[in-house]
Design a protein around this ligand. Structure first.
Ligand code: SF4
Ligand code: SF4
Length: 373
């Protein structure tokens, strides 16, 4: 495993474990984490050198923190645990502490290494972090030894990151979306690194879509084959301003593959990294719909699986995998999946989408294309 400086907070493994896709089981309508699989997998990751584990109260039907805490308890001194304060739930400064204490109990630990203001946009930053004086509350947690480092994660237009970094004097690290398909934060990642913040990338394999094999590497470089997940991870780690690629791993095979890539001393040369970036930019120019698969638009009251439909379209549109895209959509329809015709026009999805997609109009357009692809 390669290790990098995480800003000024210490060394972090180049691969971080995102604990939002741990294996789950459903019993009588209630969800549980399959701990017989999840706990050995988390411990195996630590054995393989992963030292950064990122969880959150809402992950895995609210069960992730407790499982992560149980898995890592015997290893607590040698691993870093990150969790997050759900900003949407906060009404007062006291709530901030309340949510932190709740996470501490769930994790069954005495301290959290990285405590994030979760999913900041500029409005939440101004109204809550600044308006409610939450940086003072965060400083108190640090002074009491309950939190080692204060961090934020970000879901908004990249241009707002600068204000958050400049006014959020306590922030030591930042977690942002960054992958082959979404480089919109790249400039601000460089800004954060220059200001001394550590930067972790979420979604390094593009919410799973880059895990599918494609001809991408060959198409972009004219060289031989490279599995797309490997290219995706190498691309993120090829950026010298990224300390850690945080991957949501759901099984041991994925863990093993990611560890192998993150352990390679030379991922991509700076020239290869640049060449791939330039080629992607050209591909993206032809991409007319960018959905990250974040699922904030779910659950749709009409049962429309928007991320699934848009994901099928990405295969069609970005990678030219038209047959695969068509098959995915047709399987969805065969299973009785709801579509635009079932939409109740409530507008919930469009209010929630961090990419500000015109989801209803896009569904109509994309479904038409996928049916005739
Ligand atoms: S507007 Fe339509 S697609 Fe969007 S959440 Fe409402 S019912 Fe679902
Ligand atoms: S449509 Fe928007 S909210 Fe829904 S998964 Fe895509 S990016 Fe996320």
């Amino acid at each position: 495993m390669q290790y990098r400086d995480y800003g000024q907070t210490g060394a972090i493994s180049a691969l971080g474990f995102g604990c939002m896709r741990l294996p789950e089981l459903e019993r009588n309508g209630k969800w549980y984490i399959d701990e017989e699989k999840a706990i050995p997998m988390l411990r195996r990751a630590a054995q393989l050198g992963v030292n950064y584990f990122d969880t959150g109260y809402f992950y895995c039907h609210h069960n992730s923190e407790a499982t992560v805490g149980r898995a890592l308890k015997p290893l607590r001194g040698s691993v870093l645990i990150s969790t997050k304060c759900p900003m949407g739930e906060l009404k007062s400064a006291a709530d901030y502490r309340g949510w932190f204490e709740r996470s501490l109990r769930e994790l069954d630990t005495d301290y959290v290494d990285y405590y994030h203001f979760w999913s900041l946009d500029i409005g939440t930053f101004q109204q809550k972090v600044i308006g409610l004086g939450l940086l003072r509350e965060a400083q108190k947690l640090k002074d009491e030894g309950l939190v080692r480092h204060i961090s934020f994660s970000f879901h908004d237009d990249a241009k707002h990151i600068k204000e958050i970094i400049d006014r959020g004097e306590l922030f030591e690290t930042m977690l942002v979306q960054y992958n082959l398909l979404d480089r919109s934060n790249e400039e601000m990642i460089a800004y954060a690194a220059a200001k001394g913040l550590g930067v972790a990338a979420m979604g390094p394999v593009g919410g799973g879509r880059l895990a599918a094999p494609t001809e991408l590497y060959a198409r972009m470089t004219g060289k031989g084959q490279m599995p797309t997940y490997e290219l995706a991870l190498k691309y993120v780690l090829g950026n010298p301003n990224i300390s850690c690629a945080l991957s949501g791993m759901g099984d041991e095979e994925m863990l093993r593959k990611n560890v192998a890539v993150a352990s390679e001393a030379a991922a991509l040369s700076p020239e290869e990294w640049q060449q791939i970036g330039d080629s992607l930019e050209r591909l993206r120019r032809f991409s007319d719909l960018y959905c990250t698969g974040c699922a904030y638009c779910q659950p749709c009251p009409a049962g429309i699986d928007i991320p699934k439909i848009f994901n099928a379209y990405t295969y069609h549109n970005v990678y030219g995998l038209k047959e695969h895209a068509k098959e995915q959509f047709s399987e969805y329809l065969q299973k009785g999946g709801a579509t635009r015709k079932d939409c109740k026009d409530c507008g919930f999805c469009e209010r929630k989408c961090p990419q500000h997609l015109k989801i209803r109009a896009e569904l109509s357009r994309v479904e038409g294309i996928l049916q005739t692809a």
